[in-house]
Design a protein around this ligand. Structure first.
Ligand code: NAD
Length: 461
């Protein structure tokens, strides 16, 4: 099959690479010419500056120029294409609604080119972006506006988790296709032939509107579950003495109706999707005159969780952040990615700066460059000058008066040793991810310890 993937970010690039692995002719298209030039180099470091996913570079190197082609102009490629996958960014507007401008711009570009094509064979426009319910119809109307002939629209929501995008695309737990006609289902089945009759992967065919809804309901349910653990399970263990968070988790999730995923309490769930998808669902339902109390509560709990530990440090540990130096370990929204979007670290930084810290000594194994060049751009706010970047946890901790662990990078599990050998008590350790299993050794040596999902433990004198 000849495929054009429109938008080559965190979703589009892995998707294009995996489709190419299956022997399709894949043209990965993006208006960002720098990004396309970077992908064309085939060089790991250059590609990973944009999307850093385990296995991605190998998949690109294996297929590039044979099955996989990168382009920022599809004018000459459109002829003979069977499918388009739309993988555009759909960020939130201020009011929670979805900004569809990138998506619609791409839609108009594709429609303009399809209207001029010579071959009139069936072409299916498949959406992978997370979009409001009814967007497949919007795209259909864009095509009609341009007098495109013989096309179908479909919804194929993306469920991949960043940090696992390639494996997730190779072995998804389900593939959901919403389309209108048997002809379109058939074309899409040829793309996903390996999954259609798979013994473990559910291949679901439904309406476009149902497919669009599945994405929202699934994502919001995951965030609800995470927030249940953060807002209820963790809160109990932080409030009453002698509750062991890990035992609480095991005891509850041993019930096979209750998932273990999402029971790992943290300083809030970040990433580009959770926040915007729940806001979008709230907006869509409110527009239709419906109440959204549960969704609103979940959203609030998750946002509050991102700065909650800074407040606890003040109120429970009696720590005064004013003019202090604080190490911040982990900037990405989770391990194994360089993605900073909606990361808890952003809120932590804002909160620390608002409390008057002298400096923030940041370390992240992958995301420092992304943070430096975009999120913490000093031109946006001179207070961001107070953030210094370091190449190791040890360097970041050195000379600080407190450390805040914000991302679950595995290497942080060894932090107690690093802390012990780098800084002296009085010193406050804030563990936003429960990454320090041997915290008791720190407390015994006089370090104060404040974990999510546990009571504050003052260092022994
Ligand atoms: N990131 C995730 O983990 C994830 C998971 C599931 C679903 N999604 C959804 O998938 C969609 C894409 O997310 P993402 O994280 O890949 O976004 P992204 O910002 O990483 O990538 C979007 C890409 O589209 C390109 N683009 C913008 N306008 C274009 C145009 N007119 N023509 C061609 N290319 C254009 C951008 O340059 C960018 O490279 C979103 O709707 C998101 O909600 C994301």
């Amino acid at each position: 099959m000849k495929i054009i993937v429109v938008g080559t970010g965190f979703v589009g690039l892995p998707h294009a690479a995996v489709l190419a692995e299956y022997g399709h002719e894949v043209h990965a298209y993006d208006i960002d010419t720098k990004r396309i030039a970077a992908y064309q180099t085939g060089d790991a470091e250059t590609i990973e500056r944009y999307v850093n996913e385990p296995g991605l570079v190998a998949a690109i190197q294996e297929t590039k120029d044979r099955y996989l082609f990168f382009t920022s102009d599809i004018t000459d490629v459109v002829e003979g294409t069977d499918l388009f996958f739309f993988c555009l960014n759909t960020p939130p507007n201020r009011d929670g609604s979805t900004d569809l401008s990138y998506y619609l711009n791409a839609g108009h570009t594709v429609a303009g080119l399809l209207a001029k094509r010579q071959d009139k064979k069936r072409v299916v426009l498949v959406n992978k972006s997370t979009v409001p319910i009814g967007t497949a119809r919007v795209l259909e109307n864009v095509m009609k506006e341009h007098n495109v002939e013989n096309f179908g629209v479909a919804s194929n929501p993306e469920f991949l988790a960043q940090g696992n995008a390639i494996d997730g695309s190779r072995k998804p737990d389900r593939v959901v296709i919403g389309a209108d006609t048997e002809e379109d289902f058939q074309i899409i089945r040829r793309i996903y032939a390996q999954f259609v009759n798979h013994v473990r992967i559910r291949y679901l065919e439904t309406t476009p509107e149902t497919a669009e809804s599945i994405k929202y309901v699934a994502n919001n349910l995951l965030l609800t579950y995470i927030s249940y653990w953060n807002g209820v399970g963790a809160r109990l263990a932080e409030t009453f003495p002698n509750i062991h968070m890990e035992d609480l988790k095991i005891g509850v999730t041993s019930d096979n109706r209750i998932s273990t995923w999402g029971s790992y309490v943290s300083n809030g769930a970040g990433g580009s999707c959770f926040g915007k998808d729940i806001q979008s669902m709230i907006y869509q339902l409110n527009q239709a005159g419906r109440r959204t109390d549960l969704l609103q509560a979940v959203y609030n709990i998750n946002e509050y969780q991102k700065t909650y530990l800074v407040d606890r440090a003040v109120h429970e540990a009696g720590f005064n952040f004013n003019q202090k130096s604080v190490a911040l370990l982990g900037l990405a929204f989770k391990k194994r990615t360089n993605d900073m979007r909606d990361s808890a670290a952003l809120k932590v930084v804002e909160s620390l700066l608002a409390k008057g810290v002298r400096e923030i000594r940041a370390y992240d194994p992958l995301a420092a460059a992304a943070a430096q060049s975009y999120w913490f751009n000093p031109e946006k706010n001179h207070l961001f000058d107070r953030i210094k970047y370091f190449d190791s946890a040890k360097e970041a901790i050195s000379g600080s008066e407190a450390v805040y662990v914000s991302t679950d990078w595995e290497e942080f599990r060894g932090l107690s040793h690093t802390i012990n050998t780098t800084v002296q008590p009085p010193y406050l350790v804030i563990d936003g991810r429960r990454m320090i299993p041997d915290f008791q050794t720190l407390v015994d040596r006089g370090y104060d310890f404040l974990p999510v999902g546990g009571v504050f433990l003052p260092g022994k004198q």
